[in-house]
Design a protein around this ligand. Structure first.
Ligand code: PHB
Length: 386
């Protein structure tokens, strides 16, 4: 009797296990690792909101597979990012990872994804060398050298002979300062001082005072978008806009998420970037309107859009493999993808797995009662200049 009962229970348990396994095979999990707390939280909030919007627009199905997002907060600490990546791969069996709100967070998962052969689509991290550190990285955001060359070109064409650079002291900041200097100096200009502020809890005031005292024609700024508000508050408080020094930067510093609270003093500031909420296209109109509707009027920024396009690339790669989640097949499927994003046309370079896209030169203007980065020049199909 006992054994029969046991046998029945075992059979039932096996049956259930079999069923849930079949169901599990219809689900493809995407692990999204982003900062949702701490000073970089805005990056994660933007990415998660935009990925949810992507699923609102496109549904959760690719063929007969259901795409399930598994979202984790790494608090912007690289060791946490690495541990979460391992857990998501081993325990949750995710087919792909995405997110990565800062360069060091992406770099921390490189060895993990290489060993596990699991692709990771970068939504933010923008230091040039990241994608070269693992054959399983794909980038849907931007690179700092890609962003910076057009604003340096604008500077040259608008009479800037001397400049000071002020950047956050880590990968993307160093990339941005180097790209600005290279382009300016190749055209007869001079970077007279290269200032670097710490990434964590920066006090920009002494650097801005030093820059002001040097009286250059222009100052070039970079800080990660979530801390742009703190930088621009100091720029305004130090009276930089009235000093006659042209204020330039990558679009991170006139972040769409915070631009309206920076005040009219930033009107006229010139930046170059891959995305503006004011970009004129039907795709962007829908993206901005629906993002605002779903997020209490909050405006999407390039970081959020990086999440939106990361998930698009993941959907398209899964579609290409016919739902096969083998990492080596998936990574091949990402190569050469191209589509029209709310930012404009973009693609994944089949050689480098890095993003190719238009970069726009923009000016802060007041439009329809709000501050916007208004695009006025386009550099088409820009690769990372490497
Ligand atoms: C980066 O850490 O690579 C990074 C983060 C935020 C940005 C740009 C670059 O806005």
């Amino acid at each position: 009797m006992k054994t029969i009962k046991f046998g029945l229970i075992a059979a039932a348990a096996l049956g259930l296990a079999g069923l849930s396994q079949a169901q599990a095979q219809d689900v493809i999990k995407v692990g999204v690792i982003v900062p949702l707390t701490g000073p970089q939280a805005a990056a994660g909030q933007q990415i998660v909101a935009a990925m949810k919007l992507y699923q609102q627009f496109n549904g959760t199905k690719v063929g007969n597979k259901t795409i399930e997002l598994v979202i984790k907060d790494d608090t912007a600490v690289p060791d946490v990012t690495r541990r979460l990546a391992q857990e998501l791969i081993v325990n949750d069996k995710v087919a792909v990872l995405s997110g990565f709100g800062l360069t060091p967070l992406a770099l921390a998962v490189g060895p993990v994804i290489t060993q596990a052969k699991v692709p990771a689509v970068i939504s933010v991290a923008a230091t040039s060398m990241i994608v070269g550190t693992s054959p399983y990285f794909v980038r849907a955001s931007f690179t700092l050298p890609q962003l910076t060359a057009p604003v340096a070109q604008w500077a040259i064409e608008n009479g800037v002979k001397s400049a000071v650079t002020l950047v956050s002291d880590y990968g993307p900041g160093l990339d941005a300062a180097a790209a600005f200097k290279k382009r300016l100096e190749a055209n007869g200009g001079k970077v007279v001082e290269e200032l670097k502020a710490p990434l964590a809890d920066p006090d920009f005031a002494p650097f801005l005072q030093r820059a002001k005292d040097l009286k250059p024609d222009a100052i070039f700024l970079f800080t990660p978008a979530p801390t742009a508000g703190a930088l621009m508050k100091q720029v305004v408080d130090r009276g930089l806009p009235q000093s006659g020094i042209k204020i330039l930067g990558t679009g991170d510093v006139t972040d769409d998420d915070q631009l309206n609270s920076m005040g009219d003093q930033v009107i006229g500031m010139i930046t170059s970037y891959n995305y503006s909420a004011a970009h004129e296209s039907p795709e962007n109109k829908k993206f901005v309107e629906e993002f605002r509707k779903a997020n209490n009027g909050r405006r999407p920024n390039a970081l959020g859009l990086g999440g939106f396009d990361s998930l698009h690339a993941i959907y398209k790669a899964i579609e290409k493999t016919g739902g096969n989640t083998d990492g080596t097949k998936l990574i091949e499927a990402f190569k050469g993808l191209s589509w029209v994003s709310p930012r404009g046309p973009m693609s994944i370079d089949p050689e480098t797995r890095d993003v190719v896209q238009n970069i726009y030169v923009r000016k802060v203007e007041r439009k329809d009662g709000e501050l916007y980065n208004v695009e006025f020049k386009t550099y088409e199909n820009q690769k990372d200049p490497k």
